[in-house]
Design a protein around this ligand. Structure first.
Ligand code: ADP
Ligand code: ZN
Length: 744
């Protein structure tokens, strides 16, 4: 990604515009330009501040920009509208404006859509709603009527703290009616609850004793922070080597220097384990930012970040768009994780955008992984990134002993999914009182339901995909559009009763087999669709950590970020799943990462673990590298493949998906689009071809893939192409994805 390092201009601050002047305002909608508004008397604005403006028939929130952007149509000055008012919310820092522009230019998304991602906290822009609570009135007489619940509530309130009514009622074990009664009696009084502040992480709260190898890593990162300039460092080491401990020191150094820290984690890894470790190192829990944070909390955090009250955020990819005024470090943990790529609206790779943000803000970026992405790894070995290597596990325990089970020779019994050797290993592990984990990256009970009498396969009516049986919920679900049907009793086609059979395994089916084989074992089934929320998920993980579970069966949510001390055996039910995605250049990489991560969960702290991978392709380079524990063998194989194919990072890709409800229109438009592609002797356009998932939500899909050598301006080529296009009529949608990760 050469262009990530293009020279960047930070822009200087200017004097605020005077009343009567016009100001450029960017609207958070799919438009690529600012609009001028008159500044009414008495309203003062600064670049980055939020304003209410008349926009079409509506009144909407926009952002005051520092310069007009996009192609401006001349407007009759008499027709200019005035902005309505400035909002209370703290302004976006200027650097956020530059960052938005950079992303828009790179992803070719409208600037307004990028800015919209920076406003993903609705409540930050609404007038503060004071919350009310109750407190005891000093010296107030006891209420005339004293009951046991009243006495209990008053006893708790006697500490003088302000509490929400519901909280006090909860603590006292009574209804809020009791609290209302005490307010009516004048013993308690309603007062505004002061807005909660943010506890500051203390960089010196705890001291870690590092090994020599770790210490070298700590020193490298500290000097990157002290350098006060942009750098990118790959922190490379097996799981358990201490990467987290090491990067905490970089965070501590940054906090000490008075700058803010952002730690990015793939969403699912925002485990309580991580939060607890942060607390042990810094004395307080970090501020979390992810999809499960409530709207009110989002508003509070957004403002806290903008005001500099939040010193460290731990977040999923969208945390990158928080309004950090003085960011001094970004750490991207599990940098290889696919969850960093956003696949709708603005298609961006958060990991790459973190590097851009570091470059803009002139501070270091640390990318941590045990299985780095090829892109990052190549940057490290070509010395564009610094490379810190932590050679072994801190515990000194060897990496697990992994072997393959050749399913062609050691097939499971008919109707079963676990090979005899895997079952034997599980039996042994259970007998020793240790944990086993079975991994299958497929939700539900069975990926296909088939009619035995007429051969009908139950498909989604809106997508070209089979419906997946979810037996616990007694439903058939489409994993592409969410369509759902209750499990039919007879074939929907030929109406034969009891003729439907489930084909192939999902995690639920594996769990069923395990329950039959190990009736005494305590099982846990972890799949995102079976766990209602974050709390339940965290509870389950805690149970596993405390060894209250013997056998864990799970999808990829078990592969990441957790440390299960008693886990001795990991069985991969289908090691080949994921290898067969023909067009996806990262299929091998992703499978390697997933298998490496999941087998690496076994035996992390006090004994050597064991991994067994069921496969039909034991000779595949990915499977061989997993079994041999030879990461470099895989990386070298993969780097060669990418070089030969001119694939990332040796080439650049952009995917175009054309879709329409009408089958023919989709195809015709895709072909027409192709015909308008500017000719180039360096850039190839592949396709159009029907997408592997040809229909999603009733829309027919065709794909084109643009491939360019890495030094070519692929965005420039795409812009020229777009300019040459006619207006497509009808309900055609064309989506553009620079650096695509999804090839379906
Ligand atoms: P990684 O992030 O590479 O998976 P961690 O930082 O999670 O590794 O370290 C693995 C385990 O070893 C953790 O429980 C961690 O607390 C412990 N650990 C690593 N380094 C040290 C150290 N220097 N002192 C004490 N504990 C350590
Ligand atoms: Zn569907």
């Amino acid at each position: 990604m050469d262009s990530l390092f293009a020279a960047l201009d930070n822009g200087a601050e200017k004097a605020p515009p005077a009343s009567g002047a016009t100001v450029p305002v960017l609207m958070p909608v799919a438009l690529d330009q600012t609009y001028d508004y008159l500044l009414p008397p008495g309203v003062e604005v600064v670049p980055g501040c939020f304003v209410l403006v008349p926009f079409g028939p509506q009144s909407r929130i926009g952002i005051v920009w520092d310069e007009p952007r996009g192609i401006q149509k001349p407007v009759d000055p008499k027709k200019l509208k005035a902005l309505t008012t400035r909002l209370d919310a703290p302004p976006l820092p200027i650097i956020s404006l530059r960052f938005a522009e950079w992303i828009a230019k790179y992803t070719l998304a409208p600037l307004g859509m990028v800015a919209r991602m920076m406003m993903s906290a609705q409540e930050a822009f609404e007038p503060a709603k004071p919350r009310f609570g109750v407190a005891i009135v000093d010296g107030a007489p006891q209420p005339a009527k004293m009951t046991a619940p009243r006495a209990k509530a008053l006893e708790i309130a006697s500490d003088g703290l302000v509490r929400a009514k519901s909280e006090l009622a909860h603590l006292a074990g009574c209804s809020t009616g009791v609290i209302d009664g005490l307010v009516a009696a004048g013993t308690l009084v309603e007062v505004a609850i002061p807005e909660r502040g943010f506890a500051r992480p203390d960089p010196r709260f705890a001291v870690t004793d590092f090994t020599d190898d770790q210490m070298r890593g700590v020193e490298t990162l500290r000097s990157a922070v002290d350098g006060g300039n942009f750098s990118a460092t790959l922190l490379d080491g097996v799981t358990g080597s201490g990467k987290t401990e090491v990067y905490f020191e970089a965070a501590a150094r940054t906090l000490e220097a008075g700058h803010l820290v952002l730690i990015m984690l793939p969403e699912i890894a925002l485990t309580s384990q991580f939060l607890d470790r942060f607390q042990r190192r810094f004395g307080v829990k970090p501020v979390e930012w992810h999809s499960a944070v409530s709207p009110a909390e989002r508003g509070r955090i957004w403002k806290g970040v903008a005001r500099g009250d939040v010193r460290c955020v731990v977040g999923a990819r969208s945390a990158l768009f928080l309004p950090f005024p003085e960011l001094g470090l970004i750490i991207i943990d599990e940098e290889h994780d696919q969850g960093y790529k956003q696949d709708d609206r603005v298609h961006y790779q958060a990991r790459d955008m973190c590097v851009v943000r570091g470059n803009l803000g002139k501070f270091p970026v640390v990318l941590a992984s045990a299985t780095p992405s090829i892109e990052t790894y190549v940057n490290a070995i070509t010395q564009r990134y610094r490379h810190v290597i932590l050679p072994g596990r801190f515990s000194g325990v060897e990496m697990p002993d992994v072997s393959a089970i050749d399913m062609r020779r050691e097939a499971p019994d008919k109707g079963k999914w676990l090979a005899p050797r895997l079952v034997e290993a599980m039996t042994e592990t259970f007998a020793k009182g240790r944990q086993s984990l079975l991994f299958l990256n497929r939700r539900g009970y069975a990926p296909l339901t088939l009619c035995r009498s007429c051969g009908h396969r139950i498909e989604c009516p809106q997508c070209s995909a089979w419906l997946v049986e979810h037996r616990f919920k007694k439903r058939l679900n489409c994993h592409h559009c969410g369509f759902s049907l209750s499990l039919p009793e007879k074939c929907p086609k030929c109406a034969a009763p009891d003729s439907l059979v489930a084909c192939g395994p999902g995690v639920e089916r594996v769990a069923e087999e395990v329950a039959e084989r190990f009736p005494q074992a305590r099982l846990a089934l972890l799949s995102s669709d079976l766990i209602p929320g974050l709390t339940e998920m965290r509870d389950m993980i805690h149970k596993i950590e405390r060894s209250e579970i013997d056998i864990i069966i799970g999808t990829q949510i078990v592969a990441k970020g957790h440390n299960f001390p008693d886990l001795a055996l990991v069985g991969v039910v289908d090691g080949d799943l994921g290898l067969a995605h023909g067009a996806d250049p990262r299929a091998g990489e992703r499978t390697f990462q997933l298998l490496h991560q999941v087998t690496g969960r076994a035996g992390r702290t006090h004994f050597v673990g064991k991994g067994l991978v069921q496969t039909h392709l034991p000779e595949h380079p990915v499977i061989k590298a997993i079994v041999a524990g030879d990461r470099e063998a895989f990386l070298n194989y993969e780097i060669k493949t990418r070089q030969t194919g001119v694939l990332p990072p040796y080439g650049r890709l952009a995917a175009i998906v054309v879709s329409a409800r009408d089958k023919e229109l989709a195809e015709r438009t895709a072909r027409d689009l192709r015909r308008h592609a500017p000719s180039s002797d360096k850039i190839t356009v592949l396709g159009p071809a029907e997408a592997p998932i040809a229909v999603v939500r009733g829309r027919y899909r065709w794909r084109l893939l643009v491939r360019a050598p890495k030094d070519m301006d692929i965005q420039g080529y795409l812009r020229a192409w777009e300019a040459a296009l006619p207006k497509f009529k009808g309900d055609v949608r064309i989506s553009l994805d620079i650096d695509p990760y999804n090839f379906l």
